[in-house]
Write a protein of this length. Structure first.
Length: 82
């Protein structure tokens, strides 16, 4: 099963929990909830859809960065999963 790791419930840091809710939950669910949050709060850069503009809660998850790319976001979010 290639997706077993992706589906395994992960513990979520308190910073990430502010955005996606309390864990444990699988990485796939974390990513889904992250996108719900980003869309709901209109945080996708209108000029460059690959960039996410962080609000105060996401900045904590993104290590203080104001803007991150989708690719970078995945990497930063991983640090909040254990």
């Amino acid at each position: 099963m290639a997706n077993a790791a992706f589906m395994k419930p992960m513990n979520i840091s308190s910073e990430l929990a502010e955005v996606v809710g309390k864990g444990p939950m699988p990485r796939s669910e974390v990513v889904k909830k992250l996108w719900v949050y980003i869309k709901k709060n209109n945080l996708q850069d209108p000029n460059n859809k690959r960039n996410i503009n962080a609000d105060a809660s996401l900045k904590k998850v993104f290590g203080g960065k104001a803007t991150v790319s989708m690719f970078e976001m995945t990497k930063l979010v991983s640090k909040h999963l254990s």
